[in-house]
Design a protein around this ligand. Structure first.
Ligand code: CA
Length: 232
């Protein structure tokens, strides 16, 4: 039996059944909720390891559910949204969701998202003793020295590129929105600054990635933002 317990919040019964059947087949433990109020109370009473949260719920808005849960818990939340709810997805990430799935999604996508989140959880437990050294695949960052390497080669970055790399690294496994990155690196969130972010991201990737066109570390989420992948 997989030791992770998942709370599945979904009011659409066929989708709920697809998810729970998949979880059952892969030995995940799960509990379910069909509205926002019960999602909040199930989280409080069962303390799940991961929450799969549909954004379009019959009672309270999914983004509001995230805000309430985030007031006391850091449990990873993967939101499920319809393609027409793209802006809701971004609001959900800004409210503290970790990742998202867009309907319709495949069973493989669902399992892949869960694996990413499980790896992130494992990483978070390690961070408990706040390491000064970050290691991900060949990428190494020494936060106290302010230096980064790929293998034995030191990366020569501008202060902004380094700051950008650190924000992504400290949130490995999470999808960060353009707004989140802009606020944390530049202290702004102007729409027009997204083009600046793209320029810095391109130069950072050239230094970081051995094949910038098929990046291994920093993943692009078109229209949403970026994620640092956990590299094996
Ligand atoms: Ca729904």
């Amino acid at each position: 039996m997989n030791k992770f317990q998942i709370l599945v919040v979904e009011d659409d019964v066929p989708v709920l059944n697809l998810i729970t059947t998949t979880l059952k087949a892969h030995n995940y433990r799960f509990i379910t909720a069909v509205n926002g109020e019960s999602a909040v109370s199930e989280t409080a009473s069962h303390n799940p390891d991961i929450i799969l949260l549909d954004l379009g719920l019959p009672d309270i808005d999914g983004v509001e559910v995230i805000r309430r849960i985030r007031s006391w818990s850091y449990v990873p939340i993967i939101v499920i949204s319809a393609r027409s709810e793209d802006s809701d997805k971004i609001d959900a990430l800004d409210a503290g969701a970790d990742d998202y799935l867009t309907k319709p999604f495949s069973v493989e996508e669902l399992l892949a998202r869960l694996r990413v989140t499980q790896r992130r959880l494992a990483l978070m437990h390690n961070i408990g003793n706040e390491q000064a050294i970050y290691q991900n695949g060949l990428l190494k960052i020494d936060y106290s020295a302010g230096c980064a390497w790929i293998g034995k080669e030191e990366l020569h970055m501008t202060p902004m590129e380094y700051k950008l790399l650190c924000i992504l690294a400290r949130n490995t496994g999470r999808v960060l929105t353009h707004k989140f990155i802009l606020q944390n690196v530049w202290g702004s969130s102007w729409e027009k600054d997204i083009s600046t972010l793209r320029v810095f991201m391109a130069t950072l990737r050239k230094k970081l990635e051995s094949a910038p066109n098929s990046p291994q570390y920093i993943q692009t989420h078109i229209g949403v933002g970026y994620r640092m992948n956990k590299v094996e």
